[in-house]
Design a protein around this ligand. Sequence first.
Ligand SMILES: [Zn+2]
Length: 441
Amino acid sequence: MMVVENKPQSLVDLYDLSPCALSVSGRFIHRIREMVAADEDAFPFVYGLGHEKRRLVEVLAAGSGVLIKGNFGVGKTHLCNAVFSVLQGYYQTNPVYTNEGCPVRENAIHLYNYLVEADQSALDNVCPMCRHKYASQKAESVPIERVYLTEGGGFARIQGNEDIEPQMILGMYHLIRFAEIGDPFDPRVLEGGKIAQASGGVLFVDELGLMNNEAQYALIQALQERRFSPSNSRMTFPVDLLFVSTTNNINDFRIHKAVANRLVGLLVDRVGLREEMLIVKKELVKNGFNLRFPELFLEFIITTIRELNNIAVYLGPRSSIRAARIAAASAFVEGRFTVSYCDVKEGLHTEITGQGDEETFDEINAMLAKDFPSIVDFIKQRVPAIENAYVVIDNFRDAETAFLNMDMLLIDEIMAYLVDDDRRPETIKAYLDAYAVACGL
Ligand SMILES: [Zn+2]
């Protein structure tokens, strides 16, 4: 049997490996096209942002940085993470090579062009570390390695806050360690920052406006010039990456004008009711309660959160998710398999009052007393036939016995208004119960 030797590859082999010559934005759009052709969704689990997703792709493919603007919980972070997944997919299916140990994962093609093709200008795209290590070597003795993106190696995330210093972004040259060690290229002397970590991939800044001006500048200069110098150093490194940042509408004004001017803003609105329902359903599955959540109750939670938003407090999609989870937990704790209206009301009240503080507490309670929608009207609007059940319910005073004494025709009539999943006795009883009792909470 023949043993295939797994010999490390060197720069001289590069063109036998059909390496990628695209920029990072080119890799991104290439992968998007591959996915479109294979009928794959580039942004699964990002519901209802069709237009925004498309624009995000276009802006990044055009080589610009993006600033995604929107309220809390509208899915900004999801979008950013999806960008990384797309790019990661490119590296899995397309070979990209770098010189071994390159701190910015620069394309090995540049050093190849310099060493093999004698193209002097190619050296501009080779970082100081690789120049120091490899520029006077022969191509066959320069080891190369294939690039795959991982967190910290082609993906870096910065959570914006006041205390972030430029050297965290740019990296840092330790003068004292240099004095001790003597080699300016020793990795202990030159410490990489977020830009070096993200090079070749995605740099994601959550809440750009919360960073101080110096830190904002440090980022932009690097993105604009596609080069950066670590603090305390005159060495400049080439960098190629996708830049995606977010800001909440309330922090938008904190973004420095010069910075905002260099990014393309993308406004992301709250998704529609249907999409918000899909998001909440997906989150509910994660609870693992395995409960039946009647569709109309779920819709009631989401429409209520949306209706009551910004009366006394901000109630975003995360409030819908939490209210539904609390309702599910309430049923689970009591060992019931179907969420009842009492659970729903419990979830909504707990979440909404939970968003207040000492100052807004009275205002929230006043709002709940005055503006909380009626479940009776809500159900009547969606299932008009339930009104015909009123007499039966009135006779029996509880949904269980009322249901047992109801005419099959009436049950069929009610069922005609329900989605498939809701067409079962437990759900109909839950609706009858909500309709009749409306929960005296
Ligand atoms: Zn390098």
